[in-house]
Design a binder for this molecule. Structure first.
Ligand code: NAP
Length: 334
């Protein structure tokens, strides 16, 4: 897939959905917050298991895949599939199983007691179980060209987009494990992989650093920052500046991979759900959070894999854990 930037594509909304949701209904067995691969997969599994399931999709449903072009690494599509098309199919599949999807944003939650409450600006929903599937967004550099060339050279996922830049120069920004892992992976495709790091030492673990230092295709530009991205239809040049000498130079690169961390979408849950110091949901056991009956799936807790297929896998796991939880809760009541 060629990953583009946030907010580029809008999935069809309920107005064009074949099955319009009953907006007056507010009580559900399961509420899933978020509509990326993990949310939709959880919806498919929960609904298929017979649970009355609501997905609150947010204002821009579909997650990060809505902002990609071709997805080549999601199994089942011999010739690849466009990211937005994959998400529309997942949405329709979930609806066909009976999931109610409301394109509104959760603005508050109350997980103090079951049934749990999830509030939008206009409605209060209740669920006996909740799956948090709000995902994460790659951190941006904040340059104008980053937006302009998103999906046309600028990417946030080497695994997804590396193969598009065979025999070209490639730039990677960042000095953490992700940047080094991505740069090392990208040496399979690029002629030279330039790492642009703002300091004179890497944050990445020693073993990863050694990997980069020993790879003759990797060139590290210390104390440097990307200041501009240029091109025509596609990105062609990355302008970098040495922050100590102010000297500028140009790299004629086809691909620019930004690997400066991710920001999980968890502000809503602060104070109720255990989060680590970077805001990722901390799982207690499997997909269980610190609150019994509240589960998490996908990039909102997973900082390692971050693939559509792994997010979908986590969505399936969370739904199976919800089923077990609701069955055991019902058994206790009898
Ligand atoms: P990270 O460890 O937070 O590193 C982010 C890097 O980006 C840092 O080098 C940082 O520079 C730089 N950076 C941050 N904001 C920037 C900006 N605005 N402009 C330029 N550079 C900026 O993030 P990560 O590499 O994504 O890793 C996240 C976590 O996942 C880490 O705990 C990591 O160990 C783990 N991880 C592990 C593996 C593995 O073990 N295989 C692979 C990937 C990730 P400074 O160093 O100057 O702060």
């Amino acid at each position: 897939m060629m990953a583009a930037d946030a907010g580029a594509t809008v999935l069809e909304t309920n107005d064009s959905d074949p099955m319009k949701p009953d907006k007056a209904k507010t009580k559900f067995d399961v509420i899933i917050i978020g509509a990326g691969p993990s949310g939709y997969t959880a919806g498919i599994y929960c609904s298929r298991a017979g649970y009355d399931t609501l997905i609150l999709s947010g204002i821009l449903p579909g997650g990060q895949l809505v902002n990609t072009t071709e997805v080549e690494n999601y199994p089942g599509f011999e010739n690849g599939i466009m990211g937005p098309d994959l998400m529309i199919d997942m949405r329709k599949q979930s609806q066909r199983m009976g999931t109610t999807i409301i394109d509104d944003e959760a603005v508050d939650v109350d997980f103090r007691r079951s049934p749990f409450k999830v509030l939008t600006s206009s409605e209060e929903y209740e669920g006996r179980a909740v799956i948090i599937a709000t995902g994460a967004n790659p951190r941006k550099m904040g340059l104008a060209g980053e937006q302009t060339f998103a999906g046309k050279g600028v990417s946030y996922c080497a695994t997804c987009d590396g193969p598009f830049f065979r025999n070209q120069e490639i730039v990677v920004v960042g000095g953490g494990d992700s940047a080094i892992e991505e740069a090392t992976f990208l040496t399979k495709f690029g002629t030279t992989v330039h790492i642009i790091h703002r300091r004179d030492e890497l944050r990445a673990s020693k073993v990863m650093q050694e990997r980069a230092f020993n790879n003759e295709k990797i060139k590290i530009h210390w104390d440097s920052a990307v200041t501009d991205i240029k091109g025509d239809q596609k990105m062609q040049q990355v302008i970098i500046k040495n922050l100590k000498t102010n000297e500028e130079s140009t790299i004629n690169a086809g691909g620019l991979f930004v690997a400066i961390g991710h920001e999980p979408n968890t502000k809503l849950f602060k104070g109720q759900i255990d989060l680590d110091d970077e805001g990722y949901v901390v799982l207690k056991n499997k997909t269980h959070t610190n609150i019994e009956g509240v589960f998490a799936a996908g990039d909102v807790h997973d900082r390692s894999y971050r693939q559509a297929i792994t997010a979908a896998g986590y969505g399936c796991m969370a739904a199976i854990d919800v089923d077990k939880y609701l069955t055991e809760s019902a058994d206790k009541k009898e």
